[in-house]
Design a binder for this molecule. Structure first.
Ligand SMILES: Nc1nc2c(ncn2[C@@H]2O[C@H](COP(=O)(O)OP(=O)(O)O)[C@@H](O)[C@H]2O)c(=O)[nH]1
Ligand SMILES: [Mg+2]
Length: 473
């Protein structure tokens, strides 16, 4: 969602990088541009002002003038200022209390409270091994309580049975009792929302909070609401008191301002991001990674985590071993392709590679998506095992068959073979340079380069992309 902001900030900082020495004028111009970029991204004005001031003071300081690469220095200053605005540390949920620990979910209607309740419950169950009880206090929206019960059933988590006609306060009391009796670690209360902030809702939420005494009172805010998010967060903080914020619909095309603003304005930490409708679509908030992402430095850490979680490590190790011996063949390429598919949407992953944000448009234009990978897979699958192991035996007549078998053209087959050769060649080179050891222990994918459109994709310094395998845990 930070695409535009990333583009703009990247461009501004790039201009600075080209200068040998930075004058006060250079810095002032850059600050003006950054200010505009932030405002355009819907960042709240007080946040922008504070941010610019922080950067300006430091950028004009001694360090920058003396530094060999002033542009880089400014990039670092901007990065640090971003970090500060986002809040310094990763705040996980605080469950440090006598169980059942109560987590209260607050927010406007449609902000994603119920969905996020399900996501968090799943997170607590899977990652923290907590026994969770869910209870819906939304007696206003038809079927809201059933929505939560269904969610709970899907993830095998208990939900408080619904009693028709019961009021939120009574449900809260019953839930507390049930959570205690049932030996639950965590009780999550999903409250009712309204279309906009109204006194009755605030009153009720306040009362529930008093009774439930939650360790966490989490405000769920839709990132797409932009500037409004700030007012909503402020109101909830002042009237009810919150311990943290969860931003949802980060996957939508919001301009990112909400993320940069709510923390600063309320002083309450961002804890999680909702990145989709599915229950897995929850990301812990890491300010350093987000700052890196906004500046187009890529989100290497996230990439590593995703890679580790989704790639079958054993497979990768076996393959790496073979490559080390210079035995890379189309069977190996096929298993690479399978791993890439496992990792999900290619574009999403590419966006996390450092420097790639800038060329994201090119990637989009190159229509790089899973369909390419699927085609490559189909081509290899249409070959015999023998051919996959020794691609050099594939003659023209066989190419025609393979193309027909995979629903592609001979050109496609040739292209794939060419890519394979390039990959094999690179692996030989890496082996010579001894650079493969990092891939070995990382168990990663050797190179995505060969799968990318030729020529067009180069990193900011003219180099190609680092092979996946370089991102080591
Ligand atoms: N794309 C996307 N949709 C979301 C996200 N979180 C929630 N939703 C959707 O937003 C809609 C409203 O969510 P719901 O949890 O019922 O909101 P509530 O009224 O606050 O309880 C549903 O269609 C959800 O699937 C998210 O992070 N991304
Ligand atoms: Mg709801």
């Amino acid at each position: 969602m930070f695409d535009t902001l990333t583009d703009k900030l990247g461009g501004i900082l790039d201009k600075l990088k080209g200068r040998g020495v930075l004058s006060e004028d250079d810095v002032n111009v850059a600050m003006r541009e950054i200010r505009i970029a932030l405002l355009e991204a819907d960042v709240a004005l007080p946040v922008v002002k504070d941010f610019i001031e922080k950067v300006r003071v430091q950028a004009l300081g001694q360090e920058v003038i003396k530094s060999i690469t002033p542009g880089q220095m400014v990039a670092k200053i901007v990065h640090d200022a971003l970090l500060e605005t986002l809040g310094g540390v990763n705040d996980d949920l605080d469950l440090n209390a006598e169980p059942p620990v109560v987590v209260l979910m607050l927010g406007l209607q449609g902000s994603g409270k119920t969905t996020t309740t399900g996501k968090l419950a799943k997170y607590l169950k899977d990652k923290k091994r907590k026994k969770v009880l869910l209870a819906s206090l939304d007696v206003y929206r038809p079927a809201a309580q059933e929505q939560l019960s269904l969610l709970a059933e899907n993830i095998n988590i208990d939900a408080l049975p619904v009693i028709a006609g019961e009021k939120p306060i009574e449900i809260t009391k019953r839930a507390l009792k049930e959570a205690k009796l049932g030996g639950y670690d965590v009780l999550m209360l999903d409250t009712a929302g309204r279309n906009h902030i109204d006194e009755v809702m605030m009153q009720e939420a306040s009362e529930i909070k008093k009774i439930a005494n939650p360790k966490e009172a989490l405000l769920v805010v839709d990132a797409l609401t932009g500037q409004d998010a700030v007012n909503i967060a402020k109101d909830f903080e002042e009237k009810i008191g919150i311990t943290g914020i969860i931003l949802t619909r980060i996957d939508g095309d919001s301009r990112g301002g909400a993320a940069l603003s709510v923390r600063f304005i309320t002083g309450k930490p961002l804890k999680f991001f909702g990145v989709g409708e599915k229950l897995e679509d929850l990301e812990a908030f890491h300010p350093d990674r987000l700052a890196g992402r906004i500046l187009g430095m890529g989100d290497v850490v996230s990439l590593v985590e995703q890679t580790i979680e989704k790639i079958d490590k054993d497979d990768a190790e076996k393959m790496a071993e073979r490559m080390m011996k210079g035995q890379f063949n189309l069977e190996d390429m096929l298993s690479q392709i399978k791993q890439i598919k496992k990792m999900g949407d290619l574009k999403g992953i590419l966006g996390m590679i450092p420097g790639i944000a800038k060329i994201k448009k090119q990637i989009d234009q190159a229509n790089l998506d899973n369909s390419i990978v699927n085609r490559q897979e189909a081509i290899i699958l249409s070959m015999t095992i023998k051919e996959r192991k020794r691609p050099e035996i594939i003659k023209a007549s066989r190419k025609k068959r393979i193309a027909a078998g995979s629903g592609t053209s001979v050109q496609d087959v040739n292209k794939l073979l060419k890519q394979y050769e390039q990959m094999a060649e690179m692996m030989k080179k890496m082996k010579k340079m001894g650079g493969l050891s990092s891939i070995m222990s990382g168990g990663g994918i050797p190179s995505l380069d060969a799968l990318l459109p030729k020529g067009g994709l180069r990193g900011p310094n003219g180099g190609g992309f680092p092979p996946f395998g370089n991102f080591r845990p």
